[in-house]
Design a protein around this ligand. Structure first.
Ligand code: GAP
Length: 548
């Protein structure tokens, strides 16, 4: 089998995604919208299959988890209580030389004594930057081709200009602790906070009209005062698109618990769209502004959170690995103390080895009782749980009322779809019909995730074969199996097309079918063909899907 070159794997997967109808660039005919994607005829099936598998394992197969489907727009107080309105922001920085804008928390961090070379795109740009730095900072960096030298880190907060390899700096400057990701420039603006939530207005309100009237009436105010006044007008009708599905599960904790008589420990699960005005959209669908999440809030007794965190970390890892070809590409990473979100006392990332290295796929966080307490405080609702069987540890009396702790496995659907596309992509050298070597691309998607489960192919478009094929397809439809009738092009081309679509089984109707009622069933991965009775084909496919 030919090796996938990881640097080009991403390009190959992006190209196949478009050709075969998995993922398209949003609004492509208008030049595309960089941060959004459309899931095509195969992509929508794959996405739903991933979500259905998650729902099945998290909700349908468990007595202790129930589901909800909450609205995307929630009361603005939800986002005040959760901290998203105040704190859901990225620290943003501009490079003062190249004007590159980037997230400070994701930037490379050269250490004391490290050199700080600035890597320009070409010699022309290098010359321009030397001049710009000289003008602004009064130092002349040495240029070698397209790289600028002379800056070094002195300590955590200081960097210096060391001309001609001298030991001592002739100038020192404050050092931010990181450099710009593209050029490595340490000449940076202050950090600014930028809220990631998409804001809109609700109700029949003419916000622009109100702002115009306000500005006309307050011509004497300075810019800062005007801005504060305008913010007040906008705030009155502002609503936000949810940046995570999680908050609805906290807000509906009581309704869900009481309506279903749930006993702690229990969970509430939800899947759906989330929106973040991401500063950096990157790696195809890995990070986009509109994406889908599968999240579950599991409410536990205080003090048991550690064992439940380990439990859910392991269940979630098993789930991802079970549906993949290469389980070795997944790993856990425990968050360092300084990385933890303000609400969490521990967290694991489940990471996947993407072509650019290990990166996040799902977070499994121990969120303490932070969210329920915050929502109780802001709403006045009693978001607690009473356990009649337990003794209150403080009073020693029977019956214990407490605010449950929460374990949250939070996964990205669209990020998971990228993982399974990367995992499925295989290039193989296989013999063609004449026994010669030929290459094939095959998407080895898990049969339960495969968009089309079975393709039914009449060998020729005559002699009654299409009719038999169509009847079989309708049998598959009735059984709820996504089948596809396909008569276009030669049989070899059809097999290749379905290999690329990830279709696990192809059933071919040929001359022999009309004689003895048998068909061939071809396995996508082994390419082995077996003759089976036409009437048993449905059962054979059903059995293979169940056993896969
Ligand atoms: N409720 C917790 C929460 O939302 P998160 O780590 O911000 O946690 C959970 O998001 C998962 O959602 C991530 O592990 C990732 O898979 C997915 N995700 C987050 N932001 C994303 C984005 N901009 N594009 C695609 N997926 C994203």
């Amino acid at each position: 089998m030919a090796e996938n070159n990881s640097s080009s794997l991403m390009e190959k997967v992006i190209s196949l995604s478009k050709q075969r109808g998995f993922v398209f660039q949003s609004s492509e005919i208008y030049g595309g919208l960089k941060s959004a994607y459309d899931y095509g005829p195969l992509g929508v099936e794959l996405k739903r299959n991933i979500m259905n598998e998650w729902w099945r394992s998290m909700v349908h197969e468990r007595e202790d988890v129930i589901g909800i489907d909450a609205s995307i727009i929630m009361h603005t107080k939800v986002w005040h209580a959760s901290g998203h309105l105040a704190g859901f922001s990225d620290p943003l920085v501009d490079c003062l030389i190249s004007k590159e804008r980037f997230r400070a928390d994701k930037a490379p961090r050269p250490q004391p004594k490290d050199e700080l070379p600035i890597e320009c795109a070409d010699k022309g740009q290098a010359k321009t930057y030397v001049e710009a730095i000289q003008k602004r900072f009064n130092i002349e960096l040495k240029r070698n081709g397209k790289t600028l030298y002379g800056m070094k880190v002195i300590d955590e907060n200081t960097m210096g200009f060391f001309p001609d390899d001298s030991d001592k700096p002739t100038e020192t400057f404050p050092y931010r602790g990181y450099v710009s990701p593209t050029f490595g420039s340490p000449f940076l603006s202050d950090e600014r906070q930028f809220n990631l939530m998409f804001r809109s207005q609700i109700g029949p309100i003419d916000v622009l009209g109100d702002i115009t009237a306000y500005v006309e009436k307050n011509k004497e105010l300075d810019g800062k005062e005007l801005r504060t006044g305008i913010e007040e007008i906008v705030k009155k009708s502002a609503v936000y698109l949810r940046p995570e599905t999680a908050q609805a599960m906290f807000v509906q904790f009581l309704n869900c618990q009481q309506s279903m008589s749930m006993k702690v420990p229990f969970g509430i699960a939800q899947m759906g769209k989330s929106f973040r005005n991401e500063v950096t959209v990157e790696h195809f669908i890995f990070r986009s502004c509109e994406f889908e999440q599968m999240e579950m809030e599991f409410f536990v007794e205080p003090g048991t959170q550690k064992e439940w965190l380990d439990y859910w970390r392991d269940r979630r890892m098993e789930w991802w690995q079970k549906l993949a070809n290469d389980p070795s590409k997944f790993r856990y990473r425990a968050h360092e103390k300084d990385e933890l979100a303000h609400y969490a006392d521990a967290c694991y990332d489940i990471e996947y080895e993407y072509p650019w290295g290990f990166d996040e796929l799902e977070g499994v966080a121990s969120r303490t009782d932070y969210d329920l307490k915050k929502h109780a405080e802001h709403s006045g609702a009693k978001l607690s749980y009473f356990d009649q069987q337990k003794q209150d540890p403080e009073t020693g009396k029977n019956g214990w009322r407490y605010t449950p702790y929460v374990i949250e496995p939070a996964a990205g659907v669209t990020r998971g779809l990228l993982v399974y596309l990367l995992d499925a992509y295989h290039e193989e050298t296989v013999p063609n019909a004449d026994g010669e070597d030929s290459s094939r691309v095959v998407m080895k998607l898990h049969p339960r995730l495969a968009p089309i489960k079975v393709a039914v192919l009449p060998l020729v478009k005559k002699e009654g074969l299409p009719e038999i094929a169509r009847e079989m397809v309708s049998g598959f439809f009735k059984a709820g199996i996504n089948a596809r009738y396909d008569e276009q092009h030669s049989i070899g081309k059809r097999y290749r097309r379905h290999d690329e679509a990830g279709t696990p089984y192809c059933i071919t109707i040929d001359g022999q079918t009309t004689e003895d009622g048998t068909v061939t069933i071809r396995d996508r991965d082994t390419m082995e063909q077996e003759r089976i009775s036409k009437d048993e084909a449905l059962q054979v496919v059903q059995k293979r899907l169940i056993e896969s």
